[in-house]
Design a protein around this ligand. Sequence first.
Ligand code: TEU
Ligand code: CA
Length: 557
Amino acid sequence: MTTQWWQKAVVYQVYPRSFQDSNGDGIGDLPGVTSRLDYIKKLGADVIWLNPIYRSPGVDNGYDISDYYDINPEFGTMADFDKLLAGAHKRGLKIMMDIVVNHSSIENKWFKESAKSKDNPYSDYYIWRDPVDGHAPNNWGGFFGGSVWEYVESRQQYYLHSFAVEQADLNWENPKLRQAVYDMMNFWVEKGVDGFRLDVINLISKPASFADGQPNPGEPYADIGPIIANGPRLSEFLQEMHAKVLAGHDLITVGESPAATVADAQQSAGLKTNELNMVFEFEHMGLDGNPAPELGKWNDQPVKLVDLKQSLTKWQTGLHGTAWNSLYWDNHDQPRIVSRFGNDHPAYRERSAKMLATLLHFLQGTPYIYEGEELAMTSAHFTKLSDYQDLESLNAYHHFVDEEQRVPAATMLAYLAHISRDNARTPMQWDASLNAGFSTGTPWLAVNKNYPEINAKQTLAQSDSVFNYYQRLIELRHTLPVITDGDYQLLAADDAEVYAYLRQDKAETLLVICNFTEKSQTRHFDQLPTDAKLLISNYADDAGDELRPYEAKVYQF
Ligand code: TEU
Ligand code: CA
């Protein structure tokens, strides 16, 4: 297969709520994004992924859509969207929409109709089941806690919701629902959007059997995630979506795929399977230590470098030549990477952020940069529960601390400060003025206190900035074919401090070396010829076999 444009592209993720407020209501909006297009262009990214901007009651910050054909009034109007799209296209930037079709809001017309009776045109748009012995149909528990079943009097039935009660799962077994989804996607394609990020798309095909699962330790519920991920008809549905929406358009597509294995991705993101271009896999996001399995994702443990190497290597070699990887450290669901895998102490923040960027941006795949990552913005590290807005964080705290007394409040707050989704949702830090230049009103989520030191204006004035480093990484991806096409070889798999790998094609080799610690390390690489060129580094000079704290360097030969 010849190289496709999206295989050389870099995507910049904009979380509209937190990017730029234009009217002082404390909520980022579409005119705000439009006013910052030049900034994204300056960075050098090719595509903007916009988190959901559709009409929504906002239970899960837009992942609960009540009208797929309309814009959330908090963000603006369809005219504002058209301006944003035109402004992006004028600058050679593409726009990728976030499509949420595993579930919709219960405020959606589809659901309101469906809930009315068992025989109306929408009755099979959702997953309804009769009670069993007066109870919910099974013991499945949702991503945001509690049962996945909610009873509705008018139908005397339960509907399934994998996430919040207000997010009802759509019934993909129903061909009419599928056609309605494709029609909606085609509406956006006709508008001229350039691609789709498909929210939890690998959960759409539910299993044939709705039998009980193995409950979690200490819980009445079994996690629905592994039960519904990569279901029996997923491939069939994606191929149908390809035929009815994607085929014949030169779009970029990425399917968010929790619990996907390499084999699943070879299918969903295969180079020849006619499904999606790539998937977001989660393995490297679940490696932080797990001190208490009964607390699910909640922890405050660092990741072990050897585990990270193993995981990334498995995906690099597993998909090479057969499918395509997406590369990410951060998004709106994860804490800030410099605080998680790097070191956000002022002495090491910029250096370790550049090191992490180096590691990721020389891998094979399409890199995603989450707003503020290019400034090495840090996790919010909130200290009080009242600082949080995210329903996943709040539900987990109430469940584990208040209801179950399974963990002391202070410990749970430490876990939230480490891994809560709100860590990355604080407003973009533009400058040192009021509210970091994000809004003249009160921001919907507190601005990180470090904004006077960490902000775009300050960064853009600095010649060796993290921003500037990302610019160079993007440029290198655009110009060096080996980054896109070369094969990958891990060096010293058991080294717990230094991550090193080779990228190689017929013409050249790159050796990438990253010191993950705040100590100097000495490493010698026999592969390195004496006349190799230092391509990029986060230090001003080269100390040879000595690797200084968080040093990253790439040789070309
Ligand atoms: O996320 C799905 C997902 O699997 C997780 O990242 C989830 O958000 C949670 O953090 C698990 O611990 C997607 C969206 O990215 C997320 O923002 C939505 O809340 C979710 O789907 C539901 O639409
Ligand atoms: Ca606003």
